[in-house]
Design a protein around this ligand. Sequence first.
Ligand SMILES: Cc1cc2nc3c(=O)[nH]c(=O)nc-3n(C[C@H](O)[C@H](O)[C@H](O)COP(=O)(O)OP(=O)(O)OC[C@H]3O[C@@H](n4cnc5c(N)ncnc54)[C@H](O)[C@@H]3O)c2cc1C
Length: 328
Amino acid sequence: MRVTEHLARSDRPLISFEIIPPLRGGNLRTLLALIEDLVRWQPPFIDITSHSAQVIFEETASGFQRRVKRKRPGTLGVCALIQNKYDVDAVPHILCQGFTREETEDFLIELNYLGIDNVLAVRGDDSGYRKPLQFGRSANAFALDLVQQVAAMNRGRYLEEDLLDADPTDFCIGAGGYPEKHFEAPNLEADLRWAKAKVEAGAEYVVTQMFFDNRHYFQYVEAARRQGIEAPIIPGLKVLTSVKQLVSIPRTFHCEIPAELTREVEAGGPDHALDVGVEWAARQAEELLSRGVPGLHFYVMQSAESIRRVMNHLGTRFDLDAPLVARG
Ligand SMILES: Cc1cc2nc3c(=O)[nH]c(=O)nc-3n(C[C@H](O)[C@H](O)[C@H](O)COP(=O)(O)OP(=O)(O)OC[C@H]3O[C@@H](n4cnc5c(N)ncnc54)[C@H](O)[C@@H]3O)c2cc1C
């Protein structure tokens, strides 16, 4: 089912999760255990991230060698597994970065054949790798281009212009949003103009980057509505689990960690960082849910322990343990 249908039909806010495929050479056992932990919360959908190849410089006897490696393939396989083994809608992320438009079209065809109804279209993290474009190949520069490509396929327009009467796909397209603005955007207003362009091009909902101060989310939604963006904006939440993340999260995701959270984590030390992070995320989630957000999207990545504790906290208060009843 499409994410927007889930949102329209559910009788309560939806809890969704985001996971990453294993590292190359890894196995599925750990991921399966994680998914099994997560499905007991009846997520309507689970997102699976995508990862482009990246450039790595390795020191060898003859000097530094430039290598291109794709560390985390497997998005397609994990999607098929989630959809078929657990009967949960899989939302693969599709990227501009590292893929030609032709490869993206092939990926979308595979997803369509697998009965996957949703994609989240993002530009992709900059991995330093630029795929060389051979003759006849093209690339998407921004997520907007990617949204346009999927929307065109939804109208039966594939890349080959002479492919007439092609079967239209029916992907529900999601896009990323940045409550603290995307780090490259000069200001929030400019960033929201592009977000609006993505919605006008066919994105039907937005999932936000993580934030640790709900005011950023509320202000973002207000500003988005003022710009005329009407699509549902699902808040993305991450549970802080270690002292190290006080530095790594702002560096990687360009979001602020509030002073109060920093003080609490530092005061508790490494052994209590998880407890503090769980408490904080549970308070954030409670406030968001009580103010009527369409859902909560948890960045789980590799361990469900922190999410399990947040969900235990929220379960009874928001009736999230009860069987999910679809309306209509
Ligand atoms: C929910 C979510 C999931 C994610 N999943 C992944 C993942 O699986 N894999 C991964 O590698 N990364 C992922 N990311 C990270 C994302 O790829 C990066 O944040 C990336 O830098 C921006 O992606 P975007 O889709 O927002 O880009 P865009 O919408 O392309 O925006 C990028 C920047 O360019 C500006 N801009 C947008 N369109 C235009 C235009 N047409 N012309 C000029 N400027 C423009 C925007 O204001 C912004 O500053 C995810 C992010 C989010 C929020």
